[in-house]
Ligand binder design. Structure first.
Ligand code: SF4
Length: 302
């Protein structure tokens, strides 16, 4: 843990665990394994926490609680899913009321395996989380100092190849989620994307000359349709997706209504849009694997 500059504080939330993983987290902090001896302190206040330890699976009742805790934690922050229930839903994944693992609700940085997860594995997971925390902190500091300059600006057709490469990288996790690798964003060709530039406005997030994010949209009948918001995986959870959304909404500020869509299992996207004021109004079947959830926001909510 030599890379740590200060004691990291953890906050622990028990979703729907059987308490097996839950007591192992407490055992990791208690005298026998004694994470505290390494400077890790367990806090009950999300505003003081750097690392979010979650045990158990997610459901509709704890989803909002988990998001609420996460939102209150200051940036940078790291999420650790502990045990197979928090990883995928585990033996409860087929239950009628279980959404799945923590990744259905929040971006997870570290998965600690086991049923129950052993204290040694939990300590190992926390140590890996500390490394990620430091990396995120450096990125934020670099952005603040201007050594990594983030610019959100209109993209043009010369950016098409770079945006397409980023799109294929960013949509990998969605394709895995639906086990559908014929996903349209993964199948799009360069000539199709270049064709889109004739009718659609693209924005890009550029850091040190490299495109790390993008979003696109157009207006029809007073509605602005926004889609394919993408951020490079290593720059996710730093607020870049939100900046892209703010920019495109501002650009099309004359529209009276805004519409986005995402997949029915993409809970993180749904939560993200809800935080921006979008509300679900329609769900349509695309194929046997995927439904498309449509969300809208009216101009007075911006
Ligand atoms: S992973 Fe096993 S021990 Fe941990 S909460 Fe789930 S069922 Fe319990």
């Amino acid at each position: 843990m030599s890379y740590l500059k200060r004691s990291p504080w953890v906050i622990h939330y028990d979703g729907t665990s059987c308490n097996g993983c839950d007591i192992e987290v407490l055992a990791s902090l208690a005298p026998r394994y004694d994470l505290e001896r390494l400077g890790v302190i367990n806090t009950g206040n999300p505003k003081h926490a750097d690392i979010f330890l979650i045990t158990g699976s997610m459901n509709d009742q704890n989803r909002e609680v988990v998001q609420n805790i996460y939102e209150q934690m200051p940036d940078p922050k790291v999420v650790v899913a502990i045990g197979i229930c928090a990883t995928s839903g585990g033996i409860f994944s087929e239950c009628y009321n279980v959404l799945g693992g923590v990744n259905k609700v929040l971006p997870v940085d570290i998965y600690v395996p086991g049923c129950a997860a052993r204290p040694e594995s939990i300590i190992d997971g926390v140590e890996k989380a500390l490394k990620i925390l430091e990396d995120k902190k450096h990125k934020l500091v670099a952005m603040g100092l201007g050594t990594e300059i983030l610019a959100i600006e209109p993209a043009n057709i010369e950016d098409a190849a770079e945006i397409l490469a980023l799109q294929k990288l960013a949509y990998q996790s969605e394709a895995e989620l639906y086990n559908d690798f014929a996903f349209p964003p993964l199948m799009q060709t360069l000539s199709e994307l270049k064709e889109d530039f004739k009718t659609i406005i693209f924005f890009k997030a550029v850091m040190n000359g490299i495109i790390i994010g993008s979003v696109r949209g157009y207006v029809k009948d007073d509605t602005c349709y926004i889609y394919r918001r993408i951020v490079h995986p290593i720059y996710q959870n730093l607020g870049i997706g939100k900046k892209l959304m703010n920019e495109i909404e501002f650009h099309f500020g004359f529209a009276s209504r805004f519409e986005v869509f995402t997949g029915h299992k993409s809970k993180r996207n749904i939560n993200f849009y809800e935080r921006l004021g979008y509300r679900m109004f329609k769900c349509e079947k695309v194929n046997d694997k995927r439904h498309r959830v449509y969300m809208e926001k009216f101009a007075d909510r911006i």
